[in-house]
Ligand binder design. Structure first.
Ligand code: GLU
Length: 292
């Protein structure tokens, strides 16, 4: 059997918190147990929120925690040309369209549908699905709007993608989902609607960049927070469309605050930097997250 490869893939759009410490340390522990490698991937395709300074601090926090990586970290912003080529390929198959609706237009369109008695569907994170009226725009209309400078995102036409790929998709879950799902999990990408593949300020979406790099880095074990459990459905579909392998998945517990809310990068109290500054040791941190 080839050597297992794990990755920790944080986004430098804020300071790392206890939840990231848990995920990084768990990845390291599991990689050691299986005599595997641990890679670091910097997920910085959000060109506005991710900065080199935050990246530097993120790596310092990881080093302080005792995380050791086996290869030089890769940075997704260095791979934009690859993602663009991949999106072009999906586009050549007719699976991608420019979506022009702004946030307020989306809201208004859904409100109109609901006034007419339609119960508008939401995705597993609770956001309304994109009203995909502009799937139907003609090639000429698209071209002239783009030439006109109208802002757009590139979206996957989920209906066509599912027609092209009618095989049942499933992944192996080695930990559990939000409702204790375990083992063979059937993916349900349709629940996410027409996902974004790229937009102006993020030339590759998380989903697209993540599956591309998991494959390029030879990742065999994805260990990440349970909040991404249902995103795996989209990852399975993209892997299938792009002919990429599916790793094993382990969606771990989330570290919650005293009010049972997910930790946020904007709350300084639980940031590794703040805890360090107030004298916490790595052992203290491990105790706080149940890894001592
Ligand atoms: N970049 C994502 C985050 O910081 C993690 C994605 C993943 O592990 O697949 O939440």
């Amino acid at each position: 059997m080839s050597q297992p490869v794990f990755r920790f893939a944080p986004s430098p759009n804020g300071r790392l918190h206890l939840g990231h410490a848990f995920s990084a340390l768990l990845n390291q522990q599991m990689a050691q147990e299986l005599e595997g490698k641990l890679l670091i991937r910097i997920e910085d395709t959000d060109l506005i929120r991710c900065t080199p300074v935050l990246e530097q601090r993120m790596l310092e926090d990881l080093e302080w925690l005792g995380i050791k990586w086996d290869e030089t970290p890769i940075r997704q912003s260095d791979n934009i040309a690859t993602y663009e080529t991949i999106i072009d390929g999906l586009s050549d198959e007719g699976l991608v369209y420019p979506a022009f609706m702004s946030r307020s237009q989306i809201k208004a369109a859904i409100a109109r549908e609901e006034e007419n008695g339609v119960k508008w569907p939401t995705d597993p994170d609770g956001s309304p699905l994109y009203p995909h009226y502009d799937r139907k725009l003609s090639a000429d209309e698209r071209q002239s709007r783009i030439e006109n400078g109208d802002a757009y995102a590139l979206r996957l036409d989920m209906e066509k993608a599912l027609q092209l790929n009618d095989a049942e998709l499933y992944w192996i879950e080695n930990c559990e989902g939000p409702n204790a799902e375990f083992g063979e999990i059937t993916a349900n990408p349709a629940a996410w609607g027409d996902i974004i593949l790229s937009r102006k300020d993020a030339p590759a979406s998380y989903h697209l960049a993540c599956v591309t790099d998991d494959a390029m880095q030879g990742i065999t074990h994805v260990v990440r927070g349970r909040d991404l459990f249902w995103s795996t459905s989209v990852h399975l579909l993209l892997q299938q469309l792009l002919g990429l392998p599916t790793p094993q998945y382990h969606h771990h517990d989330l570290i919650l605050d005293e009010n049972n809310n997910k930790l946020s990068k904007s709350n300084n109290d639980t940031s590794i930097a703040q805890l360090r500054a107030t004298g916490a040791t790595v052992t203290d941190i491990k105790k706080m997250i149940g890894l001592a």
